[in-house]
Design a protein. Structure first.
Length: 125
């Protein structure tokens, strides 16, 4: 009877660990962009590369590697575009600040054009 209870506890423990591993793989796969598909995460994609990456993530996490180690390995292999949220450094600064710079340039052009034309005058009433 004791061995049966111990076996059941072991099975339940393994099921919980597998569920935890599945959740970690899924969370990490949602942070990674599928380099084959446009705009899909590895978790959403059905491309063969995405399936291979999910298997790689599962094996790495099961082997005790950290999520940061796996992320760094994938960035080294595929570049920063594999991350949905790339880090801020010299190579990715245009991605972070480019839209703001374009908006500021457009505002400056608009302001200079409006200043050059002067106030709008209405014709005779």
């Amino acid at each position: 009877m004791r061995s049966l209870c111990a076996a059941l506890l072991l099975i339940a423990s393994l099921a919980v660990q597998a569920s935890d591993l599945d959740q970690r793989v899924e969370r990490l796969a949602r942070e990674l962009r599928c380099v084959v598909c446009n705009g899909q995460s590895v978790a959403e994609s059905n491309a063969q590369l995405a399936l291979d990456l999910k298997a790689l993530l599962r094996e790495g996490l099961a082997a005790g590697r950290s999520e940061d180690e796996l992320r760094a390995e994938l960035v080294q292999r595929y570049g920063e575009q594999v991350l949905f949220r790339p880090g801020l450094h010299a190579g990715t600064a245009p991605l972070w600040f480019g839209p703001l710079a374009l908006l500021a340039a457009g505002g400056l052009i608009y302001w200079r054009q409006a200043r050059r034309e002067g106030p709008v005058r209405k014709g005779p009433a």
